[in-house]
Design a protein around this ligand. Structure first.
Ligand code: FES
Length: 277
């Protein structure tokens, strides 16, 4: 008789066939044969560590599957939201062409374009989505005004310069950003009444001094194209850029396609707005 359950009918009736286990204790039924002690020939207690290890291995397997699937989805989303970066590894040497496709010479620039030229002349460099303004600051032949031997200027008078055609404020481009010939607006800075001006919000840049800032809201100069004049054949080349990164690009060389070995001038009518902050 079970002394702890004398009034329990079910247990008292079947006590002789009852399992030798305490009442209230649950046992896991296993299909694995119970291990037998070699020393006593008695069954050994189930090793609870086996079950823990099994559960642990299950968790590792599930985590591996989740990680693999998650990594694949994450990688796909990464490339879906951000296209692969394209561009160039270094600045190319690019020969400039005139608007008609003929090779541009410094003599031609000095003859046909000068500080009074109203049209915006642009060429792309070093990427096809990076337009630049080409400006000859020299006065017309026999005239006065303008500027020669300026910072970064090339050609026989050191007056041919080029700057990014993308404003450093919020990125308005040529023809909203344009060179304003002398007297285009009443505004002047000292004796200088010609400048690069952005009609979007009024930023003004000095083309005689590396496109430094004359008025905001832009606080950085325009990137300047490094030009080279080959005096032996009079050709003009773009070979690099200095100053800040072209606005909208994490790197002036990245985010577009290279222009190739030549770049042709384009001619546009500027948007003129004499609005200064
Ligand atoms: S984008 Fe040129 S001044 Fe704002």
């Amino acid at each position: 008789m079970n002394p702890s359950c004398a009034t329990c009918p079910s247990l008292s009736a079947a006590w002789g066939n009852a399992l030798p286990v305490p009442v209230g204790r649950m046992y896991r039924m296993s299909v694995r044969p119970r291990r037998v002690s070699a020393r006593t020939s008695e069954p050994e207690e189930d090793d609870p560590v086996d079950e823990t290890r099994r559960n642990f291995l299950k968790l590792v397997a599930v985590a591996g599957v989740i990680g693999a699937v998650g990594g694949g989805i994450g990688g796909a989303l990464q490339y879906a939201g951000r296209p692969p970066t394209v561009g160039l590894s270094n600045y190319p040497s690019v020969q400039l062409q005139d608007v008609d496709g003929s090779l541009l010479t410094a003599s031609k620039v000095m003859k046909e374009y000068n500080v009074t030229t109203p049209d915006a002349l642009t060429f792309n460099y070093p990427l096809t989505n990076e337009p630049n303004l080409l400006i000859n600051l020299a006065p017309p032949s026999g005239g006065s005004g303008g500027a020669t031997h300026v910072k970064g200027g090339v050609g026989p008078s050191g007056s041919i310069v080029a700057f990014s055609g993308i404003c450093q404020h919020l990125g308005c481009q040529v023809p909203s950003l344009a060179f304003y010939p002398p007297g285009t607006c009443p505004q002047s800075f000292g004796n200088q009444n010609f400048y690069i001006h952005c009609s979007c919000h009024g930023s003004t840049y000095d083309p005689t001094n590396g496109a430094s800032n004359l008025t905001g809201p832009a606080v950085q100069p325009l990137p300047q194209v490094t030009l080279q004049w080959n005096s032996s054949d009079d050709s003009l080349w773009a070979v690099g850029m200095t100053g800040p990164t072209v606005l909208g690009h994490s790197n002036t060389l990245q985010g577009g396609t290279g222009v190739g070995s030549v770049s042709r001038l384009q001619q546009q009518s500027p948007v003129i707005l004499c609005s200064f902050p």
